[in-house]
Design a protein around this ligand. Sequence first.
Ligand code: GDP
Ligand code: MG
Length: 445
Amino acid sequence: MLDNKFSMFSFFTNKVLDIFQSLGKSKTLSEQEKNELSEKIQDTLLLADVPMEITKTLATEIIEDVEKNTATKVTLDEKLKSAMYHKIVDLMGNEAGGATNVDWKNKKKILMVGLQGAGKTTTIPKLAKFFKEECRKTKILATSLDFVRPAAVEQLQIVCEKHNLDFFPPSYGNLEQTIEQVLEKFRTEKYEMIILDTPGRLHIDSAMMENLRQIETLFEPDMTLLTIDSMIGQESLKVAQAFCQAITVSGAILTKADSDAKGGVALSLFKSVQKPVYFVTTGEKVQDFEKFIPSRVVGRLLGSGDIASLVEKIDKVVSAEQKENSKEKLLSGNFSLQDFLEQMEMMSNFGSIQKLMSYIPGFSGIPKAELEKAELELKKFRAAILSMTQKERENPAIINPSRKKRIADGSGLNIKIIEELLNKFEESKRFAKLLGRGSMKDMFR
Ligand code: GDP
Ligand code: MG
């Protein structure tokens, strides 16, 4: 179900659903279809306000993933769904690009920054509500240094009164004294946290940045939140860059996701400034606010609220099929050094062999020295295979003595190791064939 509050993403979603539909349940892509698909993905991303530099690479990588996915039990649209999901979540920084893994409890001094009209003041009671609920903070103080926009301090006072949030009216004057006064109030009345509103300007200007730098130095925030109006489209990336260069921004809040903005900011902000988006606001009411979590956002983007579990299902089918294939290959003794390398890479996902063995009951008794030796050997084998050409990996029989020497030089290894690798490889092929034929095959089921 598409959440209609996020109208910002509906544009993208509609386009993507069209693409999925056009692919239908077919299994392979012709060269022409591939090009058309790449173009469609790029156009969709561009129209959604994702910068050109990103769209091209992203589309290429997505198509590559679809092509690499040789599973026969999933359809093309499912492969595309899975590839888009993973690539866009990665683009958005995965967990690092959102609000998970943040120690909210320890944030006591929050600084709000952003252009005028971005939504800083409106977001303060929303944030306070979040901290009240998420961290059980009850004593929160809000105050404002926005003496630039007419009646900005009064605006904050009014929203605070409306939402039962303590407000402190600062006195206009010397910045140092004003901030000291604010901090004094915060300390002596033992507030659990303080949210400080600051002045913005209509455009980036050096006076605003200088003012923010001073505020940052004097206030010493635990967290500086950059409020970004998603309606300003691609321009927002420049704004974000300017703020990030001038001060230490912790992360962003994207406002007005209920507008007809295109959503590209949400996709590309992390890539552009390497800062997470923590929250997104979808209206003026205090409840129109939520944590930003890339995987969930991409779910919405791709037109399915629960795409994460859908993609998980698709990926399971794919990996089961791949496993089946590599098992068949292994047991036929018909595998290459490339397969050997891939198995090793897969294993390295588990960390060291020693760690891997520690998970398997019965293997914990193997002496550490033996395991270390095996691990070292595998590392050397890996380096040796990486120094071989694709042809050599597929058919090691072509490796003659002079090639052996070249591989040894290329990998910085002794030629003996190369020979050992080739011997072991032949041996394991013979062993696998034996296994494949005999009743031991069942052991792999
Ligand atoms: P500031 O100058 O950064 O403090 O911006 P304000 O908090 O005063 O907000 C500027 C305008 O944007 C106000 O009219 C807000 O009501 C509006 N606004 C803020 N957040 C949202 C949002 O998530 N959705 C919509 N539709 N309007 C918003
Ligand atoms: Mg304001």
